[in-house]
Ligand binder design. Structure first.
Ligand SMILES: Nc1ncnc2c1ncn2[C@@H]1O[C@H](COP(=O)(O)OP(=O)(O)OP(=O)(O)O)[C@@H](O)[C@H]1O
Length: 454
């Protein structure tokens, strides 16, 4: 192999770099030119044979290739003044057996005109895209689409595929998942991918509106319907969402009386504003979301079974963050960028122990809690890297055991939960192995896994 490389090195380099548009140069560890492709020679106006073996500083103005070959530190997209203009170059150290043996230089743009053209072209496209996104947002209240759902895990990949399949139809979708798992993001994405995407997306938070106001919020009212009613009346969320999507968030908290009325609207496609005698036709797609166990609420007669079947045509179950550790690192990096951009502070990464801590914590508030923890850490840190000390105490593993405000039972349960979680992680979820390691029976482990929702 070495012999081939030695004997045919020029031929190999020529095959790889000879026909590419970029200008390429290779220097040895002392900065002497070993190879320069035709594109670079043409650009410099020099003869290919004459450059071989010359020191790079004698061939290229302001070159830093010899420095990169000596320090082993790459320089990406660096500006270099050459032949009366600035060009943009990458300089990458070449290594063999861990040692720097030379450097590869690549000119990306030969003059500022070239990259300015590309830069302004891309900028123009971005600005155009941004303006369309803003218009869409103003038009229909949607600010997120599927590409805003950051994930790596196969679980989320499957969910995104499911969303793509159900979005175009008109079927009702029930989004289930703990608080902060991204149900609203999914609701926006479904609307965004549906044929209704030029029509309004209207959200109703069923838990936030007092029961006695919910009906007028949902169905609207006519002028004079009650004392204090606005002149001219007020359209309800159903009327506002006509042609588009109505997102019923926290549907498990909807009072029974309103449930009956919603069911009637969904069955008849007509809504009657308070005080009105003539029903109005409405065409809305329903997306509902809840973190409550609706089946239990049905058993307790707090939620209507017929409404449940109506809204639960397709169900999307979003797993809690602790059940998709594959998403944690990516989400943490994404949220760090989002938070630092918002706050305007330069913090670029987390130390490895922080990622470990994130993986161990059980995130009851899911992605929303992760964002809050990261925001607090960004405010607190004095470095560019977030350290364990910058995190709030309650998410650090040992804090569970020393919190004086908790009862002994709570402390013991927290310790038990942590021990089981760590062991399961160690044995990649093999419950038999975990039970043996912990010295408990398999069925006892199953009970505890269920109890702590691991
Ligand atoms: N996969 C994700 N990628 C990027 N951001 C996410 C993701 N999941 C959640 N978020 C962010 O986390 C926050 C909470 O998400 P969202 O409001 O959609 O959750 P939710 O399940 O509707 O919560 P709740 O039940 O409390 O209303 C939002 O700021 C959202 O942008």
């Amino acid at each position: 192999m070495l012999e081939i490389l030695e004997n045919y090195r020029d031929g190999i380099l020529e095959t790889i770099f000879g026909n590419v548009n970029h200008s390429i140069v290779v220097v040895d560890r002392n900065g002497f030119v070993s190879y320069m492709n035709d594109s670079y020679c043409d650009f410099l106006g020099i003869d290919k044979e004459s450059v071989r073996g010359k020191h790079v500083t004698d061939v290229i103005e302001n070159s830093r290739m010899h420095i990169v070959a000596e320090t082993g530190k790459e320089e990406l997209a660096d500006l270099q003044y050459i032949r009366g203009n600035y060009m943009i170059a990458h300089r990458i150290p070449l290594r063999a057996d861990g040692e720097v043996v030379g450097a590869l230089g690549m000119v990306l743009f030969r003059d500022t005109e070239e990259w300015l053209k590309l830069n302004s072209h891309i900028k123009d496209l971005f600005l155009e895209l941004e303006s369309y996104r803003n218009q869409m947002k103003q038009l229909n209240g949607v600010s997120y689409s599927l590409h805003d759902i950051i994930s790596n895990s196969s679980e989320m990949h499957i969910l995104k595929d499911k969303i793509k399949k159900v979005a175009p139809g008109d079927v009702s979708v029930l989004l289930r998942g703990e608080s902060g798992t991204g149900k609203e993001l999914f609701a926006h994405s479904i609307h965004h991918l549906s044929e209704r995407n030029t029509k309004p997306f209207v959200k109703v938070n069923c838990a936030a509106i007092p029961a006695d106001l919910l009906e007028s919020e949902l169905f609207g009212y006519q002028e004079g319907a009650f004392t204090g009613a606005k002149r001219g009346g007020k359209p309800g969320k159903f009327q506002l969402a006509d042609g588009g999507t109505l997102f019923l968030d926290e549907i498990g908290d909807m009072p029974l009386q309103a449930q009956v009325k919603i069911l009637r609207v969904l069955q008849e496609g007509e809504v009657e504003a308070i005080g009105s005698v003539t029903p109005q036709k409405v065409d809305v797609r329903i997306i509902a979301a809840t973190n409550q166990p609706l089946e239990e609420l049905i058993a307790q007669q707090k939620f209507r079974e017929d409404l449940f079947y109506r809204i639960n045509v397709v169900q999307i179950d979003i797993p809690p963050l602790r059940k998709r550790p594959g998403d944690l690192r990516l989400l943490a990096k994404y949220l760090l960028e989002k938070v630092t951009e918002r706050i305007g502070k330069r913090v670029v990464d987390f130390e490895p122990a922080v990622y470990d801590c994130f993986l161990e914590y059980h995130w009851p508030g899911n992605v929303r809690e992760l964002e809050n923890v990261i925001e607090a850490a960004v405010h607190l840190t004095s470095n560019e890297i977030i350290e364990l000390d910058d995190l709030p105490d309650h998410i650090k593993p040992d804090a569970l055991l020393v919190d004086e405000d908790r009862s002994l039972k709570a402390i013991m349960e927290a310790a038990e939960r942590q021990a089981i979680e760590r062991t399961l992680k160690k044995v990649h979820g093999d419950k038999g192995k975990a039970a043996t390691m912990l010295g408990i029976g398999k069925s006892s482990l199953y009970d505890k896994v269920k109890k702590y929702d691991l």
